[in-house]
Design a binder for this molecule. Structure first.
Ligand SMILES: [Zn+2]
Length: 408
């Protein structure tokens, strides 16, 4: 294995996290219930972040941090910067396959030069050293930590600490063993027990944080309409109460995002349903470049204007729906109502949302109009998606006509 030596403060700190991080993980895992209810804010990258962080890593940090409420992607990027200058230590680079070449491998952990003393535990598989363990990869996992947190993120059959598709999720698991983070500084400290290291990482995180509030990460031209950490496959699949649409109970003030790129056609308090304008309340509607029309109801704040061109993931406003508040419309509690029409037909948003959540969006043209209304036979959208190829959508199971009326 070609390797470059890594030394200095970052390595020493990494050794400490390797030794102590294991203990911390066991304790937390024993009591970790795992809840994804914390608020999520996604910062846009600063100009410095866009210049400094390889795009492949930037995308991974932003997507992966959304799996852990309370973990800003900028903190993951800060760790990456401090550990290996984003995989560029001593001239290494990250390839399009996510692999760092040459491999970044630390000095032997033989107890000298301020290192811990860790006899070989991986038979030299990752660190090329059959006598002592060494820290490996852009985030400097020692083989013992990699055995706990490592995984095969790109499903190529190898959990490789030198592959960022594998190593970024591993970093997130290490930072976020119980599914959410309350105190960012202690999370970084548990990753690496050095206050100087924590200060360094948080300073980089601050520099990487852009001025804009929130946005979602588009994948293949589509983005979830709410922060990904607020939804599950179950909530994305849930049937609507009266016609083909989707409701999600979320706190007032949750950022909402454009699901597809397109042009804003409505951004007003007037609603979009002429027969009963109060039902939708404050409304944003977008004519997607994919030919679909997306309608968001019950907003508490609008962030776009009619005629504005938006790209998938752009913030369009904040959710609302608290009964009796301005713009809430016809509602029984805070929630987002999402309706999608294609070629004049109201279609089920559930399979489209679930496909985006799985990072493999499908075209609204193949979304069924039936199978997503309570009290009628409903489709198991997870199974439906498992079966489809984009060319051949299966028929919804037990399809029946949804109610003809429109309204949230
Ligand atoms: Zn609704």
């Amino acid at each position: 294995m070609k390797a470059v030596a890594l030394g200095g403060v970052a390595l020493f700190a990494t050794l400490l996290f390797g030794v102590f991080g294991l203990i911390a993980f066991v304790v937390v895992a024993a009591g970790g219930a795992g809840s994804a209810s914390a608020a999520v804010t996604v910062s846009n990258p600063s100009e410095e972040a866009l210049e400094d962080i390889p795009p492949i890593l930037l995308r991974l940090f932003i997507a992966e941090a959304q799996q852990c409420p309370g973990l800003p992607w900028t903190v993951m990027a800060g760790i990456s910067k401090v550990e290996s200058n984003h995989g560029r230590f001593a001239g290494s680079t990250v390839g399009p396959d996510g692999v760092i070449r040459p491999s970044i491998i630390g000095i032997p952990l033989d107890g000298t030069s301020g290192t811990a003393r860790i006899p070989d535990s991986d038979d030299g598989r990752w660190d090329g050293d059959t006598v002592w363990d060494r820290a490996v990869g852009p985030f400097q996992f020692i083989p013992g930590s990699w055995r706990i947190f490592g995984g095969d993120g790109d499903i190529d059959g190898i959990a490789d600490p030198n592959n960022v598709f594998d190593a970024v999720p591993a970093m997130r698991r290490h930072l976020c063993p119980d599914g959410q983070i309350v105190d960012i500084a202690s999370a970084v400290f548990s990753y690496n027990r050095s206050q100087a290291y924590v200060d360094d990482v948080l300073e980089w995180a601050r520099r990487y944080t852009g001025p804009l509030a929130t946005s979602a990460v588009p994948i293949a031209g589509y983005a979830l309409v709410v922060p990904a950490a607020l939804v599950t496959e179950e909530s994305l699949s849930r049937a609507h109460h009266d016609y083909a649409a989707w409701d999600l109970g979320i706190p007032v003030g949750t950022p909402l995002f454009a699901m597809a790129s397109g042009t804003v056609t409505t951004a007003s308090n007037a609603g979009t349903f002429p027969d009963d304008p109060n039902r939708c309340g404050t409304t944003v509607a977008i004519a997607g470049v994919d030919g679909a029309a997306y309608t968001y109801c019950h907003l508490s704040q609008i962030a776009v204007v009619p005629g504005q061109v938006v790209s998938a993931g752009t913030p369009i406003g904040l959710s609302g729906g608290q009964p009796g508040t301005p713009g809430a419309g016809n509602t029984t509690g805070p929630h987002l109502h999402l309706g999608i029409r294609f070629a004049g037909t109201t279609v089920c948003p559930q399979p489209l949302l679930l496909a985006i959540y799985r990072a493999r969006p499908i075209n609204p043209a193949i979304a069924p109009a039936f199978g997503c209304v309570q009290g009628h036979p409903t489709t198991n959208w997870a199974q439906w998606l498992d079966q489809i190829t984009p060319e051949q959508p299966p028929s919804p199971v037990g399809a029946v006509a949804a109610g003809a009326t429109e309204g949230p």
